[in-house]
Design a protein around this ligand. Structure first.
Ligand SMILES: *[C@@H]1O[C@H](CO)[C@@H](O)[C@H](O)[C@H]1NC(C)=O
Ligand SMILES: *[C@@H]1O[C@H](CO)[C@@H](O)[C@H](O)[C@H]1NC(C)=O
Ligand SMILES: *[C@@H]1O[C@H](CO)[C@@H](O)[C@H](O)[C@H]1NC(C)=O
Ligand SMILES: *[C@@H]1O[C@H](CO)[C@@H](O)[C@H](O)[C@H]1NC(C)=O
Ligand SMILES: *[C@@H]1O[C@H](CO)[C@@H](O)[C@H](O)[C@H]1NC(C)=O
Ligand SMILES: *[C@@H]1O[C@H](CO)[C@@H](O)[C@H](O)[C@H]1NC(C)=O
Ligand SMILES: *[C@@H]1O[C@H](CO)[C@@H](O)[C@H](O)[C@H]1NC(C)=O
Ligand SMILES: *[C@@H]1O[C@H](CO)[C@@H](O)[C@H](O)[C@H]1NC(C)=O
Ligand SMILES: *[C@@H]1O[C@H](CO)[C@@H](O)[C@H](O)[C@H]1NC(C)=O
Ligand SMILES: *[C@@H]1O[C@H](CO)[C@@H](O)[C@H](O)[C@H]1NC(C)=O
Length: 650
């Protein structure tokens, strides 16, 4: 897929190839514009599908890998939580710095709700001489549909505060529909500033680009022949002649935005309602938002770099540079899965189960991701759970356990009046209670659960799962605390007595009585097995004290003995593992084991040949993805150690 091409035209200079450096590492794919399930543009790296991490010679792609090309020479790549920064030198004469900024502003929901991203291109002379430089950037119509045979339509205009934009959209809008995960409705805006030397053009790719190559400028015309995306590939170009450039950097700013007025459908007791995009509380029109965002770069940049620096420092202080490799990518993906709607007083946040089945607000997505929200702004977690509570409290869900998700496919939060969603009773109920410390009892379903799936449903269902039982027990203890908080004093000791009783039995049933290094088993009384005891994370992090410290000590001693090249498998059934559960389990371990576990996952990120964005399910010996779980928000779980270090207590 041809998404953006950035080219700097430099009179009579030849491009030379240089060895690139990557900071902190080469991830499987580099985030370019990543702000929502639908604005999710990446540059593939891994050798099995990418070109090693260069902008040159390869098009960026939507997160699922639909790709096309790009051309510049590059000497370095660096990423932070919010930015991807590429640097290249041209003929040892000019340095080009291309910064992709997808802001994360957890405390500023007006800005956070904009599904918009920046591209800043900066040039400077590095040989002390002056050089004439022109910059050309275009996007194709492929952004507007996952089916390139669809008709696109477009427009060009300027605002009265000097923002020029191409507006591009699918001609037959298909509300709330997707093709290959891309959105089939809404408007895309591709904007820049109308400074001196600015020209534009829309039209077939080769002639438009050819005109720039031959003349260093475009002719300010709009192609009015609306046609299919793949018919004489229309592109939407901006060009800047920035003139003679010396050692003082000269830059031009571009922004890409996706505007929906009503991005979500939601079933409430009054029927299906269209959810208004949250940013519309602050802007009269989509163009007002586009123009605000374009001119807001200094503020958005400042807020983002402040967050980047805090996350980097906290991560390095906790467990070194390797830990920052994980948290910076993880925060991007957690926030890149969100969509905001509602009024200023009653906002709602939606999340897509990216890469697996597209379910909406699946409880076991915000659950592994929740450290990202606790660390940045805990209220966002509440807003993610809110639709699930609203739906169930309105009596729109018949089952006695928590619902798995709010709709079988994003962006339709249409619920399950018949209760016919994927059943994960202990998993999702425990998740909800632990996340909120405020949901309903699951006592009857807890200690000896029937044969049922846990969130690791890719492993298949299994009875008596040790780790799932911990989820139930911690959930019951959480209910005791909730009872205390809500003044239901009779329930306080009831729940905590039940939880302690269960723990006593659990310790016996889950004990491997034959192993050299004692540890908990995968399922009860099955000595040949083990699993990552990641569900102890909530007990450890909230200092609930329900799981005995001796269990933590034993697990911490045991984990290094089952560490493979790229991490510890989830359990003995396969060599597969999950990034999120490993970092959760690492957060419950002593620091030395914790460091080993973090190092293994970070080593994998840098070494895997995979090319789709940071996956969470992979094989710990080959490093290959299992089921292509790419770009999932669950990577917010990378921040689990930071949250464990916060010293929370109930
Ligand atoms: C989160 O952001 C909202 C909106 O700015 C703010 O009211 C709240 O105090 C922030 N922090 C937390 C912990 O919720
Ligand atoms: C773009 O980045 C350069 C540094 O690379 C910076 O000096 C400039 O201010 C940025 N552009 C804008 C519009 O802020
Ligand atoms: C351009 O936008 C202005 C409002 O800023 C509007 O009045 C005008 O009709 C638009 N022009 C075109 C060609 O769409
Ligand atoms: C959402 O529901 C609408 C009908 O209201 C349907 O046309 C659309 O295809 C659905 N979207 C998805 C992704 O299933
Ligand atoms: C679960 O464990 C209990 C206690 O060991 C045992 O009685 C029961 O048979 C087990 N259930 C299954 C399905 O294995
Ligand atoms: C209940 O909450 C109060 C006030 O926070 C606290 O002092 C008390 O220890 C709690 N009781 C139990 C049993 O947790
Ligand atoms: C304790 O909780 C259980 C499960 O909700 C309930 O069945 C039982 O009646 C409660 N006991 C008391 C004494 O409240
Ligand atoms: C677990 O089994 C080991 C033998 O491997 C034994 O030493 C230990 O006491 C047992 N622990 C519990 C809590 O049953
Ligand atoms: C113990 O676990 C292994 C591996 O998961 C399984 O094949 C076996 O059936 C289990 N044994 C019992 C008694 O459940
Ligand atoms: C954990 O270990 C790493 C080195 O392995 C060290 O840098 C870090 O300070 C330690 N953290 C704590 C909390 O002890």
């Amino acid at each position: 897929m041809k998404i953006i091409s950035v080219l700097a035209m430099l009179a009579s200079l030849t491009f030379v190839t240089a060895k690139s450096t990557f900071t902190p590492v080469k991830p499987p794919s580099q985030p370019l514009a990543v702000r929502s399930p639908y604005l999710s543009t990446w540059q593939s790296v891994g050798s099995s599908g990418g070109n090693g991490g260069y902008l040159a010679g390869q098009w960026p792609s939507f997160w699922n890998g639909r790709t096309l090309g790009w051309q510049v020479i590059q000497t370095s790549y660096e990423y932070t939580a919010t930015q991807s920064i590429y640097t290249q030198t041209v003929g040892d004469k000019v340095k080009l710095t291309i910064t992709f900024l997808s802001p994360i502003t957890p405390d500023d929901w007006k800005r956070q709700s904009l599904v918009f991203s920046y591209l800043n291109v900066s040039v400077e002379s590095i040989d002390g001489k002056l050089h004439d430089v022109q910059i050309y950037v275009d996007i194709s119509a492929e952004w507007v549909s996952g089916d390139s045979s669809q008709y696109a339509q477009w427009d060009y205009n300027t605002t009265d505060n000097n923002v020029a934009y191409h507006q591009i959209f699918r001609q037959n809008q298909e509300a709330w529909s997707e093709i290959s995960d891309q959105t089939e409705f809404g408007n895309w805006h591709w904007a820049t500033s109308t400074t001196n030397g600015y020209t534009y053009r829309s039209g077939e790719d080769t002639p438009v680009w050819g005109q720039f190559v031959n003349h260093g400028a475009l002719v300010n015309t709009k192609d009015a022949n609306y046609r299919p995306i793949n018919s004489q590939w229309p592109v939407f170009a901006h060009s800047h002649d920035v003139g003679s450039v010396g050692t003082t950097p000269v830059s031009r700013l571009f922004s890409i935005s996706l505007c929906h007025d009503n991005p979500i459908q939601y079933t409430t007791s009054s029927g299906v309602v269209e959810q208004t995009a949250y940013y519309r509380n602050f802007f009269d029109s989509q163009i007002d938002a586009v123009s605000f965002f374009h001119n807001d770069f200094p503020t958005a940049y400042e807020m983002s770099t402040t967050l980047d620096a805090k996350l980097q420092d906290d991560s390095v202080n906790a467990n070194g540079e390797n830990y920052a490799v994980l948290t910076t990518l993880g925060l991007r993906q957690a926030f890149g899965g969100l969509q905001w709607t509602g009024t200023e007083d009653e906002p709602l946040v939606w999340i897509k189960e990216i890469s697996s089945d597209g379910n909406m607000n699946t409880v076991d997505i915000p659950y592994p991701a929740h450290p990202a929200f606790i660390y940045t702004n805990a209220t966002i977690l509440k807003l993610l759970m809110e639709p699930l509570f609203q739906n169930q409290e309105a009596g729109l869900y018949p089952n006695t356990y928590a619902m798995h998700d709010i709709g079988s496919h994003y962006p339709n939060a249409t619920g399950y009046r018949k209760g016919n969603n994927e059943a994960m009773p202990v998993e999702e109920s425990g998740n909800m209670i632990i996340m909120a410390l405020m949901y309903y009892a699951l006592v009857s379903d807890s200690l000896i659960p029937a044969n049922q799936a846990s969130t690791d449903d890719f492993e298949g269902p299994l009875a008596n799962q040790t780790n799932l039982e911990v989820q139930g027990i911690v959930g019951i203890q959480a209910m005791s605390i909730i009872a205390n908080v809500t003044g239901n004093t009779a329930d306080v000791s009831n729940y905590s007595d039940i939880a302690s009783g269960y723990v006593t039995q659990w310790v016996e049933l889950a004990n491997d009585t034959t192993a050299e290094l004692p540890h908990t088993t995968l399922d009860y009384e099955n000595s040949s097995t083990w699993s990552l005891l990641y569900n102890a994370y909530a007990d450890k992090t909230l200092n609930l004290g329900i799981i005995p410290q001796s269990i933590y000590d034993r697990q911490s001693e045991f984990y290094p003995s089952v560490l493979e090249t790229f991490g510890i498998p989830v359990d003995t059934r396969h060599k597969w593992s999950k990034t999120d559960w490993q970092i959760w389990a690492a957060a419950t371990a002593g620091n030395s084991t914790r460091q080993d576990m973090i190092d293994a996952v970070a080593t994998w990120v840098a070494a895997t040949s995979e090319w789709l964005p940071f996956g969470d399910l992979y094989e710990t010996q080959s490093g290959e993805y299992v089921y292509q779980f790419a770009n999932r928000p669950v990577q917010g779980g990378m921040l689990a150690v930071l949250v464990a270090n916060m010293g929370l207590t109930m």
